[in-house]
Design a protein around this ligand. Structure first.
Ligand code: 13P
Length: 258
């Protein structure tokens, strides 16, 4: 029998949430996740002020949690920033780094994203490194060049052992929050390219989980998750509604299909 591939589904709340609504959501997701098979791993990346609430409501559940960004520094005079170690103190497992919204609105460079990845790893977090091209870049035939340089800069900084501990998320900028997902074929094509880059770093790195993000919904999740190089999803809008998020997590159970 072939070893079953794991699937990872991570919600990215972005700047959404309020204490009262979060509580209902988190309790429902913890209950729903309990029914998922062990092959499906679930995570939620929330705004930092909610980490304590998330920790108290998800501790002991099947759902892990984390943050949407971290500082490249350990500590110091960096007003407004949050250190990876602070996220760890609240039980975080994940830190998203290099989300396209941070690259676009906060001018995060590939070099800074690589530093943040190193910091996350040093603190014991799993960095979810986001890469993705804009529509103009895709139309100009630059997709591989863009995602290749975004991932390449990160891999170049890491040892093989460290690189084996990252997660990569392909999020085409044109598919984020637009309702227009990449087709399963378009996503798979880029994932296969990213897989090749990972494998070139070393055999240990070849199986790093590759998530797809960008308008994933219950309706399109399964087809995406069935692709050879898609190991799960990074979910924005649909991670705000418990029924939708759980339906996407259920779609990641592809036992019986593989
Ligand atoms: P949407 O699922 O809302 O398109 O967002 C994707 C995303 O940016 C997740 O990080």
């Amino acid at each position: 029998m072939s070893k079953q591939r794991l699937r990872l589904v991570v919600g990215n709340w972005k700047m959404h949430g309020r204490l009262a609504g979060n509580a209902t959501f988190l309790e429902a997701v913890a209950r729903g996740a309990a029914a998922l098979p062990g092959s499906v791993q679930v995570g939620l990346c929330v705004p930092c002020p909610y980490l304590a609430q998330v920790q108290s409501l998800l501790e002991g559940s099947r759902v892990e949690w984390g943050v949407q960004d971290i500082s490249a520094h350990v500590q110091g005079a960096y007003t407004g920033e949050v250190a990876a170690e602070m996220a760890v103190e609240f039980g975080s497992s994940f830190a998203i780094v290099g989300h396209s919204e941070r690259r676009a609105y906060h001018r995060e460079s590939v070099a800074l994203v690589a530093l943040k990845t190193e910091r996350a790893l040093a603190a014991g977090l799993t960095p979810i490194v986001c890469v993705g091209e804009t529509l103009e870049e895709r139309d100009a035939g630059l997709t591989q060049q863009i995602v290749g340089s975004q991932l390449g800069e990160v891999l170049a900084k890491l040892s093989v052992e460290a690189a084996a501990r990252i997660v990569v998320a392909y999020e085409p900028v044109w598919a984020i929050g637009t309702g227009k997902s990449a087709t399963a074929g378009q996503a798979q094509e880029v994932h296969a390219f990213l897989r090749k880059l990972l494998a070139e770093k070393g055999a240990l790195v070849a199986n790093v989980p590759l998530l797809y993000g960008g308008s994933v919904k219950p309706e399109n999740a399964r087809e995406l998750f069935l692709q050879a190089d898609i190991d799960g999803g990074l979910i924005g809008g649909a991670s705000l509604k418990e029924q939708e998020f759980l339906a996407i997590c259920k779609a990641a159970d592809i036992s019986g299909v593989e």
